[in-house]
Design a protein around this ligand. Structure first.
Ligand code: FHN
Length: 441
């Protein structure tokens, strides 16, 4: 077994070493560009934060559960006991993927390794993984990948560059200091080789994947991440795979999409977002309550209406919504989250035409709502407006017709130099989103 591992490591390292140039002059392949378009059309995906931290369910705090190792200063020696309690007997990949489809979601992005360094797949370079260290002993990522393929859902891998477990993640960054019990030494380039080898495993053992969702560079902002080498490796192994990195700054060469965490593009309630919105496909990720990983004490769930609003507002800003669930240690998704996803799916069943395949409409996002558009069809999503007359301005387009999307009944409107004035009688208002369909000339 050991010799097999060593051999595989050598082969993977050889692939890594052959790819040295940076991605500065990166030109995406045709397949990659097509996937970017697919991504922008898809609009809605499920983020999954699942790891051995779920066993602790946040440890009684309402904080971010997957950070428990750092927040409670749990040394590696103690944290390493957690995998032995991780036995998700109720995990049913087919059910997860069916739930995703029913919610109207088109892809899943799952944590292959979070900051705790524990691989949720059968890593060969390290036995700190779900197959070797848990009583469950199965590769949950493989099970999910197979089911995604069967049910035609794309799978992306989240990968944390930050690592609180690996000794060579050194010099340490802002987190994972002291308490972990690691020696105050390490070889950064060995860590990068380790990371590239794990990425190679992920890109060669699970079939075609949607892309890699990086996180954690912010921990060591000024380190030499040799990103070009990593990005080139990924694009060489799977040219169509989309790369995004949650570094909270302007995208670097080689990245294929840009993400925003807990904020719509252009907003910065978290204080993490840079002001730059790139021309790349955009994605906003969001928690349903306040935690990414499963948190027993966090009952602060956003309502289905709030969640639909986020999806619509993101679409009106050209961004996808990647909505997070933190599965429980038994492998099930929290019932509250399942129920919200079901309600969103019902909404998408009726109104998906105004979201999927659209782009931000000609009318800019306003306090009352947003617009989405596909060719000559402009959809005004009136989300927050209690008056019966709405003046949409500026509005310089020529109009063919204006109807309520729901029943195609005519909307009384006036178009003049002030903009497009529309009447929304009380009985036509939708509690969640009053959608007005405007056919442009
Ligand atoms: O620290 C992580 C956090 O646990 C979670 O994974 C989110 C998801 O966007 N990203 C990080 C913070 O930027």
């Amino acid at each position: 077994m050991k010799t097999k591992r060593l051999l595989l490591f050598l082969v993977l390292s050889l692939i890594v070493c052959n790819i040295l140039e940076a991605q500065d002059n990166y030109v995406p392949t045709k397949e990659n560009l097509e996937n970017r378009q697919w991504f922008q059309d898809a609009k809605f995906g499920m983020f999954v934060h699942w790891g051995v931290y779920s066993v602790l369910g946040g440890g009684g705090d309402a904080g971010i559960a997957e950070w428990i190792m750092q927040n409670k200063k749990i040394p590696i020696k103690q944290y390493e006991k957690l995998p032995s309690f991780f036995n998700p007997l109720n995990f049913d990949a087919a059910e997860w993927v069916a739930m995703v489809k029913d919610a109207g979601m088109k892809y899943i992005t799952i944590t292959s390794k979070h900051h705790d360094g524990f691989a949720m797949y059968d890593s060969k370079i390290s036995d700190y993984n779900v197959v070797d260290k848990t009583p469950y002993g199965k590769d949950v990522i493989k099970m999910l990948a197979e089911e995604c393929r069967k049910q035609d859902v794309k799978l992306f891998f989240y990968y944390s560059q930050l690592d609180w477990h690996h000794p060579d993640y050194y010099p340490r960054g802002r987190t994972g200091q002291g308490f972990t019990g690691r020696e105050e030494s390490g070889d950064w380039s060995s860590y990068l080789d380790y990371m590239n080898t794990q990425l190679t495993e992920l890109l060669t053992s699970y079939g075609p994947i949607g892309g890699i969702w990086f996180d954690g560079m912010w921990d060591k902002k000024d380190a030499d991440w040799q990103q070009g080498k990593t990005y080139q490796l990924i694009h060489k192994l799977q040219p169509g795979a989309l790369i995004g990195s949650n570094h909270h700054v302007k995208p670097y060469p080689g990245e294929d999409f840009q993400m925003f965490e807990q904020d719509l593009p252009g907003e910065n309630t978290t204080g993490w977002q840079g002001s730059h919105i790139s021309e790349l496909p955009l994605e906003m990720c969001l928690t349903i309550n306040g935690s990414w990983g499963f948190n027993l004490m966090d009952q602060n769930h956003k309502s289905p209406k709030e969640l639909v609003h986020m999806l619509v507002k993101a679409a009106g800003r050209n961004a996808n919504l990647l909505l997070n669930v933190g599965p429980m240690p038994n492998g099930e998704i929290q019932p509250e989250h399942k129920s919200s996803l079901k309600t969103m799916g019902e909404w998408m069943d009726k109104n998906g035409e105004t979201i999927y395949g659209t782009r931000r409409g000609v009318v800019a996002a306003e306090d009352w709502g947003v617009s989405t558009q596909k060719d000559k069809k402009l959809y005004l999503h009136v989300l927050d407006w209690d008056k019966e007359v709405l003046l949409v301005q500026p509005f310089t387009e020529k109009v063919e017709s204006v109807v309520f999307f729901k029943d195609k009944s005519k909307v009384n409107y006036r178009l003049d130099q002030y903009g497009l004035l529309i009447e929304i009688p009380k009985n036509k208002k939708d509690e969640v989103d009053t959608i007005i369909e405007v056919i442009l000339k």
